[in-house]
Design a protein around this ligand. Structure first.
Ligand SMILES: Cc1ncc(COP(=O)(O)O)c(C=O)c1O
Length: 362
Protein backbone atom coordinates (compact mmCIF):
# COMPACT_ATOMS: atom_id res chain seq x y z
CA UNK A 1 0.00 0.00 0.00
CA UNK A 2 1.30 3.52 -0.68
CA UNK A 3 2.45 5.51 2.34
CA UNK A 4 -0.05 8.16 3.37
CA UNK A 5 0.27 11.04 5.83
CA UNK A 6 0.08 9.47 9.28
CA UNK A 7 -2.19 12.23 10.61
CA UNK A 8 -4.93 11.11 8.22
CA UNK A 9 -5.60 8.45 10.86
CA UNK A 10 -7.13 11.21 12.97
CA UNK A 11 -9.79 11.77 10.33
CA UNK A 12 -12.82 9.61 10.86
CA UNK A 13 -14.60 8.98 7.58
CA UNK A 14 -17.51 11.39 7.13
CA UNK A 15 -20.74 9.72 8.24
CA UNK A 16 -23.60 11.07 6.19
CA UNK A 17 -27.22 10.31 7.01
CA UNK A 18 -27.97 6.82 5.69
CA UNK A 19 -29.48 6.75 2.20
CA UNK A 20 -33.07 5.50 1.89
CA UNK A 21 -32.08 2.71 -0.53
CA UNK A 22 -29.51 1.39 1.94
CA UNK A 23 -31.96 1.23 4.85
CA UNK A 24 -34.73 -0.22 2.68
CA UNK A 25 -32.43 -3.01 1.55
CA UNK A 26 -31.17 -3.84 5.04
CA UNK A 27 -34.62 -3.97 6.61
CA UNK A 28 -36.53 -5.31 3.60
CA UNK A 29 -38.71 -2.17 3.40
CA UNK A 30 -40.28 -0.66 0.31
CA UNK A 31 -38.06 2.42 -0.28
CA UNK A 32 -41.19 4.49 -0.95
CA UNK A 33 -42.22 3.98 2.69
CA UNK A 34 -38.91 5.07 4.22
CA UNK A 35 -38.61 8.68 5.44
CA UNK A 36 -35.18 10.27 5.64
CA UNK A 37 -34.94 13.02 8.23
CA UNK A 38 -31.21 12.67 8.81
CA UNK A 39 -29.32 15.19 6.68
CA UNK A 40 -31.06 18.55 7.13
CA UNK A 41 -32.16 18.55 3.52
CA UNK A 42 -35.17 20.40 2.17
CA UNK A 43 -37.99 17.87 1.75
CA UNK A 44 -39.25 19.33 -1.54
CA UNK A 45 -38.14 18.76 -5.13
CA UNK A 46 -36.81 21.84 -6.97
CA UNK A 47 -39.28 24.28 -8.52
CA UNK A 48 -40.24 23.52 -12.11
CA UNK A 49 -38.41 26.57 -13.58
CA UNK A 50 -35.28 25.47 -11.72
CA UNK A 51 -35.64 22.00 -13.25
CA UNK A 52 -36.06 23.64 -16.63
CA UNK A 53 -32.89 25.73 -16.14
CA UNK A 54 -30.99 22.53 -15.29
CA UNK A 55 -32.33 20.73 -18.37
CA UNK A 56 -31.20 23.66 -20.50
CA UNK A 57 -27.75 23.69 -18.90
CA UNK A 58 -27.38 19.97 -19.65
CA UNK A 59 -27.29 20.76 -23.36
CA UNK A 60 -23.95 22.54 -22.80
CA UNK A 61 -22.47 19.92 -20.50
CA UNK A 62 -19.61 19.18 -22.92
CA UNK A 63 -18.23 22.66 -22.12
CA UNK A 64 -16.35 23.57 -18.96
CA UNK A 65 -18.39 25.74 -16.61
CA UNK A 66 -17.70 29.44 -16.11
CA UNK A 67 -15.09 29.22 -13.38
CA UNK A 68 -15.70 32.89 -12.52
CA UNK A 69 -19.41 32.12 -11.93
CA UNK A 70 -20.07 35.57 -13.38
CA UNK A 71 -23.85 35.46 -13.72
CA UNK A 72 -24.48 33.93 -10.31
CA UNK A 73 -22.04 36.27 -8.56
CA UNK A 74 -23.71 39.26 -10.24
CA UNK A 75 -27.16 38.06 -9.20
CA UNK A 76 -25.99 37.46 -5.63
CA UNK A 77 -24.26 40.82 -5.47
CA UNK A 78 -27.49 42.54 -6.61
CA UNK A 79 -29.64 40.59 -4.21
CA UNK A 80 -27.35 40.96 -1.21
CA UNK A 81 -26.27 44.48 -2.04
CA UNK A 82 -22.57 43.63 -2.02
CA UNK A 83 -19.94 44.16 -4.72
CA UNK A 84 -19.35 41.47 -7.32
CA UNK A 85 -15.83 40.73 -6.09
CA UNK A 86 -17.06 40.40 -2.51
CA UNK A 87 -18.83 37.17 -3.47
CA UNK A 88 -17.23 33.76 -3.96
CA UNK A 89 -19.02 30.66 -5.20
CA UNK A 90 -17.96 27.13 -4.23
CA UNK A 91 -18.87 23.49 -4.72
CA UNK A 92 -21.07 23.60 -1.66
CA UNK A 93 -20.17 25.89 1.21
CA UNK A 94 -18.11 22.99 2.50
CA UNK A 95 -15.66 23.49 -0.38
CA UNK A 96 -15.27 27.10 0.74
CA UNK A 97 -14.72 25.97 4.34
CA UNK A 98 -11.97 23.60 3.19
CA UNK A 99 -10.43 26.30 1.00
CA UNK A 100 -10.33 28.63 4.02
CA UNK A 101 -8.68 25.97 6.17
CA UNK A 102 -6.00 25.41 3.51
CA UNK A 103 -5.43 29.05 2.61
CA UNK A 104 -5.19 30.31 6.16
CA UNK A 105 -3.97 27.32 8.16
CA UNK A 106 -0.87 25.20 8.08
CA UNK A 107 1.68 23.89 10.57
CA UNK A 108 2.25 26.29 13.45
CA UNK A 109 -1.23 27.85 13.12
CA UNK A 110 -4.43 27.07 14.94
CA UNK A 111 -8.20 27.12 14.43
CA UNK A 112 -10.89 27.64 17.08
CA UNK A 113 -14.45 26.35 16.85
CA UNK A 114 -17.26 25.14 19.06
CA UNK A 115 -17.91 21.47 19.63
CA UNK A 116 -20.16 19.73 18.76
CA UNK A 117 -20.52 21.68 15.57
CA UNK A 118 -20.12 21.11 11.84
CA UNK A 119 -17.48 18.43 11.29
CA UNK A 120 -15.81 20.16 8.33
CA UNK A 121 -14.15 22.70 10.68
CA UNK A 122 -12.37 19.74 12.27
CA UNK A 123 -11.59 17.92 9.01
CA UNK A 124 -10.35 21.07 7.27
CA UNK A 125 -8.07 21.93 10.18
CA UNK A 126 -6.58 18.43 10.25
CA UNK A 127 -5.98 18.51 6.50
CA UNK A 128 -4.32 21.93 6.82
CA UNK A 129 -2.18 20.57 9.69
CA UNK A 130 -3.43 23.35 11.96
CA UNK A 131 -3.79 22.87 15.70
CA UNK A 132 -7.41 22.68 16.81
CA UNK A 133 -9.12 24.21 19.81
CA UNK A 134 -12.56 22.68 20.16
CA UNK A 135 -14.50 24.71 22.69
CA UNK A 136 -17.44 22.82 24.26
CA UNK A 137 -20.91 24.32 23.83
CA UNK A 138 -22.33 25.79 27.02
CA UNK A 139 -25.10 24.22 29.13
CA UNK A 140 -27.76 25.59 26.77
CA UNK A 141 -25.93 23.96 23.81
CA UNK A 142 -24.88 27.39 22.52
CA UNK A 143 -21.44 28.61 21.46
CA UNK A 144 -19.52 29.68 24.56
CA UNK A 145 -18.17 32.87 22.98
CA UNK A 146 -16.27 33.94 26.07
CA UNK A 147 -14.37 30.63 26.15
CA UNK A 148 -13.85 30.80 22.38
CA UNK A 149 -12.32 34.27 22.64
CA UNK A 150 -10.10 32.99 25.46
CA UNK A 151 -8.94 30.08 23.26
CA UNK A 152 -7.46 32.48 20.70
CA UNK A 153 -3.66 32.55 20.83
CA UNK A 154 -1.04 34.27 18.67
CA UNK A 155 -1.08 31.22 16.39
CA UNK A 156 -4.85 31.44 15.72
CA UNK A 157 -5.75 32.23 12.12
CA UNK A 158 -9.46 31.37 11.99
CA UNK A 159 -12.45 31.05 14.30
CA UNK A 160 -15.49 29.24 12.93
CA UNK A 161 -18.92 30.23 14.22
CA UNK A 162 -21.84 28.10 13.12
CA UNK A 163 -25.00 30.16 13.33
CA UNK A 164 -27.45 28.52 13.78
CA UNK A 165 -25.28 25.71 15.05
CA UNK A 166 -25.44 22.24 13.54
CA UNK A 167 -26.36 19.89 15.27
CA UNK A 168 -28.02 21.83 18.11
CA UNK A 169 -29.97 24.50 16.17
CA UNK A 170 -28.98 27.17 18.71
CA UNK A 171 -28.63 30.78 17.61
CA UNK A 172 -26.29 33.63 18.46
CA UNK A 173 -27.87 37.06 18.24
CA UNK A 174 -26.48 39.60 15.81
CA UNK A 175 -25.14 41.65 18.73
CA UNK A 176 -23.41 38.63 20.27
CA UNK A 177 -21.61 37.95 16.99
CA UNK A 178 -20.67 41.62 16.64
CA UNK A 179 -19.33 41.79 20.19
CA UNK A 180 -17.31 38.64 19.57
CA UNK A 181 -15.78 40.09 16.41
CA UNK A 182 -14.88 43.22 18.40
CA UNK A 183 -12.95 41.03 20.84
CA UNK A 184 -10.95 39.21 18.14
CA UNK A 185 -7.69 40.55 16.70
CA UNK A 186 -7.97 41.72 13.09
CA UNK A 187 -5.39 39.16 12.03
CA UNK A 188 -7.85 36.35 12.83
CA UNK A 189 -10.57 35.51 10.32
CA UNK A 190 -14.00 35.05 11.88
CA UNK A 191 -15.93 32.74 9.57
CA UNK A 192 -19.65 32.80 10.29
CA UNK A 193 -21.24 29.74 8.72
CA UNK A 194 -24.89 30.57 8.01
CA UNK A 195 -25.81 27.42 6.10
CA UNK A 196 -29.14 27.46 7.99
CA UNK A 197 -29.46 31.25 8.33
CA UNK A 198 -32.53 31.47 6.08
CA UNK A 199 -34.51 29.24 8.46
CA UNK A 200 -34.16 31.70 11.34
CA UNK A 201 -37.47 33.39 12.21
CA UNK A 202 -36.29 35.10 15.39
CA UNK A 203 -37.42 38.75 15.23
CA UNK A 204 -34.51 41.15 14.87
CA UNK A 205 -31.95 38.53 13.89
CA UNK A 206 -29.66 39.64 11.10
CA UNK A 207 -27.12 37.82 9.00
CA UNK A 208 -23.48 38.69 9.66
CA UNK A 209 -23.16 39.64 5.96
CA UNK A 210 -23.15 43.35 6.82
CA UNK A 211 -20.40 42.73 9.35
CA UNK A 212 -18.44 40.82 6.70
CA UNK A 213 -18.24 43.95 4.58
CA UNK A 214 -17.63 46.36 7.43
CA UNK A 215 -14.71 44.43 8.88
CA UNK A 216 -11.60 43.18 7.12
CA UNK A 217 -11.57 39.87 9.00
CA UNK A 218 -15.14 38.55 8.79
CA UNK A 219 -16.56 36.15 6.25
CA UNK A 220 -20.05 34.65 5.93
CA UNK A 221 -20.75 31.39 4.13
CA UNK A 222 -24.17 30.29 2.89
CA UNK A 223 -25.44 27.49 0.73
CA UNK A 224 -27.97 26.54 -1.92
CA UNK A 225 -28.13 23.06 -0.34
CA UNK A 226 -30.64 23.89 2.38
CA UNK A 227 -33.42 26.45 1.82
CA UNK A 228 -32.95 26.33 -1.96
CA UNK A 229 -33.16 22.53 -1.93
CA UNK A 230 -30.23 21.95 -4.29
CA UNK A 231 -28.04 19.79 -2.03
CA UNK A 232 -26.94 17.31 -4.69
CA UNK A 233 -25.75 20.07 -7.03
CA UNK A 234 -23.07 21.21 -4.57
CA UNK A 235 -23.24 24.95 -4.63
CA UNK A 236 -22.62 27.50 -1.91
CA UNK A 237 -21.17 30.99 -1.57
CA UNK A 238 -19.23 33.30 0.68
CA UNK A 239 -19.29 37.03 1.33
CA UNK A 240 -16.18 38.86 2.48
CA UNK A 241 -13.88 41.71 1.52
CA UNK A 242 -12.59 41.47 -2.04
CA UNK A 243 -8.95 40.97 -1.01
CA UNK A 244 -9.90 37.98 1.16
CA UNK A 245 -11.96 36.46 -1.65
CA UNK A 246 -9.06 36.94 -4.09
CA UNK A 247 -6.65 35.06 -1.77
CA UNK A 248 -9.10 32.21 -1.25
CA UNK A 249 -9.79 31.79 -4.94
CA UNK A 250 -6.12 30.92 -5.48
CA UNK A 251 -6.66 27.75 -3.45
CA UNK A 252 -9.95 26.72 -5.00
CA UNK A 253 -9.90 24.00 -7.66
CA UNK A 254 -10.77 25.50 -11.07
CA UNK A 255 -14.19 24.47 -12.41
CA UNK A 256 -15.26 22.97 -9.09
CA UNK A 257 -18.76 24.40 -9.48
CA UNK A 258 -20.76 22.79 -12.26
CA UNK A 259 -22.66 24.64 -14.97
CA UNK A 260 -25.86 22.82 -13.98
CA UNK A 261 -25.41 23.96 -10.39
CA UNK A 262 -24.76 27.53 -11.48
CA UNK A 263 -27.86 27.57 -13.69
CA UNK A 264 -30.10 26.10 -10.99
CA UNK A 265 -28.85 28.46 -8.29
CA UNK A 266 -29.29 31.49 -10.55
CA UNK A 267 -32.86 30.49 -11.37
CA UNK A 268 -33.69 29.66 -7.76
CA UNK A 269 -32.82 33.20 -6.69
CA UNK A 270 -35.71 34.45 -8.82
CA UNK A 271 -38.40 32.99 -6.52
CA UNK A 272 -38.16 34.77 -3.16
CA UNK A 273 -41.81 33.96 -2.41
CA UNK A 274 -41.14 30.23 -2.73
CA UNK A 275 -38.26 30.64 -0.28
CA UNK A 276 -40.49 32.58 2.14
CA UNK A 277 -43.12 29.81 1.91
CA UNK A 278 -40.52 27.17 2.72
CA UNK A 279 -39.31 29.17 5.71
CA UNK A 280 -42.90 29.38 6.99
CA UNK A 281 -43.53 25.67 6.40
CA UNK A 282 -40.33 24.77 8.16
CA UNK A 283 -41.18 26.99 11.13
CA UNK A 284 -44.64 25.40 11.40
CA UNK A 285 -43.15 21.88 11.27
CA UNK A 286 -40.49 22.81 13.79
CA UNK A 287 -43.14 24.19 16.18
CA UNK A 288 -45.25 21.08 15.73
CA UNK A 289 -42.37 18.69 16.48
CA UNK A 290 -41.12 20.74 19.42
CA UNK A 291 -44.62 20.96 20.91
CA UNK A 292 -45.01 17.18 20.64
CA UNK A 293 -41.60 16.54 22.19
CA UNK A 294 -42.58 18.88 25.03
CA UNK A 295 -45.91 17.11 25.57
CA UNK A 296 -44.13 13.77 25.73
CA UNK A 297 -41.70 15.19 28.30
CA UNK A 298 -38.70 14.59 26.02
CA UNK A 299 -35.74 16.88 26.46
CA UNK A 300 -34.89 18.84 23.29
CA UNK A 301 -32.87 21.89 22.29
CA UNK A 302 -35.16 24.68 21.04
CA UNK A 303 -34.13 25.12 17.43
CA UNK A 304 -33.77 28.06 15.04
CA UNK A 305 -33.07 25.82 12.09
CA UNK A 306 -34.60 22.96 10.10
CA UNK A 307 -33.62 20.26 12.60
CA UNK A 308 -34.12 19.52 16.27
CA UNK A 309 -31.91 17.59 18.70
CA UNK A 310 -33.62 15.53 21.35
CA UNK A 311 -32.48 13.18 24.07
CA UNK A 312 -34.19 9.84 24.59
CA UNK A 313 -31.42 7.43 25.56
CA UNK A 314 -28.36 6.07 23.86
CA UNK A 315 -28.36 7.84 20.47
CA UNK A 316 -27.38 4.79 18.39
CA UNK A 317 -30.04 2.67 20.05
CA UNK A 318 -32.69 5.36 19.61
CA UNK A 319 -31.79 5.91 15.93
CA UNK A 320 -31.96 2.18 15.40
CA UNK A 321 -35.41 2.00 17.03
CA UNK A 322 -36.62 4.68 14.62
CA UNK A 323 -35.17 2.78 11.66
CA UNK A 324 -37.48 -0.10 12.55
CA UNK A 325 -40.33 2.40 12.14
CA UNK A 326 -38.90 3.40 8.73
CA UNK A 327 -37.57 6.76 9.89
CA UNK A 328 -33.90 7.63 9.34
CA UNK A 329 -32.53 10.01 11.99
CA UNK A 330 -28.99 11.02 12.89
CA UNK A 331 -27.41 10.05 16.23
CA UNK A 332 -24.86 12.50 17.69
CA UNK A 333 -22.23 11.73 20.30
CA UNK A 334 -23.26 10.54 23.73
CA UNK A 335 -26.56 12.35 24.06
CA UNK A 336 -28.53 13.54 21.11
CA UNK A 337 -30.50 12.33 18.15
CA UNK A 338 -31.22 14.90 15.45
CA UNK A 339 -34.39 14.98 13.37
CA UNK A 340 -34.74 17.17 10.27
CA UNK A 341 -38.06 18.93 9.79
CA UNK A 342 -39.77 17.32 6.79
CA UNK A 343 -43.04 17.75 4.95
CA UNK A 344 -46.21 17.84 7.04
CA UNK A 345 -46.76 14.16 6.28
CA UNK A 346 -43.20 13.21 7.14
CA UNK A 347 -43.39 15.13 10.40
CA UNK A 348 -46.57 13.25 11.33
CA UNK A 349 -44.92 9.92 10.46
CA UNK A 350 -41.99 10.89 12.66
CA UNK A 351 -44.31 11.78 15.55
CA UNK A 352 -46.20 8.50 15.20
CA UNK A 353 -42.89 6.65 15.31
CA UNK A 354 -41.78 8.75 18.27
CA UNK A 355 -44.85 7.77 20.26
CA UNK A 356 -44.31 4.11 19.34
CA UNK A 357 -40.63 4.23 20.32
CA UNK A 358 -41.56 5.85 23.65
CA UNK A 359 -44.26 3.21 24.25
CA UNK A 360 -41.83 0.36 23.45
CA UNK A 361 -39.41 1.70 26.04
CA UNK A 362 -41.93 1.62 28.89
C1 LIG B 1 -23.34 24.01 9.36
C2 LIG B 1 -23.15 23.56 7.98
N1 LIG B 1 -22.36 24.28 7.19
C3 LIG B 1 -22.14 23.92 5.92
C4 LIG B 1 -22.74 22.79 5.40
C5 LIG B 1 -22.34 22.41 4.02
O1 LIG B 1 -23.27 22.50 3.12
P1 LIG B 1 -22.94 22.43 1.56
O2 LIG B 1 -21.52 21.99 1.39
O3 LIG B 1 -23.90 21.45 1.05
O4 LIG B 1 -23.15 23.83 1.09
C6 LIG B 1 -23.58 22.01 6.18
C7 LIG B 1 -24.18 20.79 5.62
O5 LIG B 1 -24.84 20.03 6.23
C8 LIG B 1 -23.77 22.40 7.51
O6 LIG B 1 -24.53 21.67 8.32
Amino acid sequence: MPVFRPDLREIPSYTPGRPIADVAEEYGFDPAGVVKLASNELPFAPLEPVMEAMRKALLEIHRYPDTEARRLRSALSDQLDVAYDEVMVGAGSSEILRVVAMAIGGPGTSAVYAWPSFVIYRLGSILAMSDRYEVPLDGAQRHDLRAMAAAITPTTRVVYICNPNNPTGTLLSSSEVRAFVDAVPESVLVLVDEAYGEFVTEPGWESAATLALERPNVMVTRTFSKIHGLAALRIGYAISRADTIAELRKVQAPFSVTSVGLAAALESLRYPQAIADRVAMNAAGRDRIQAALGELGIEFVPSHSNFICFRLGKPDVVADAFLRHRIILRPFGEDWVRVTVGTERENELFLTALRAVCADRR
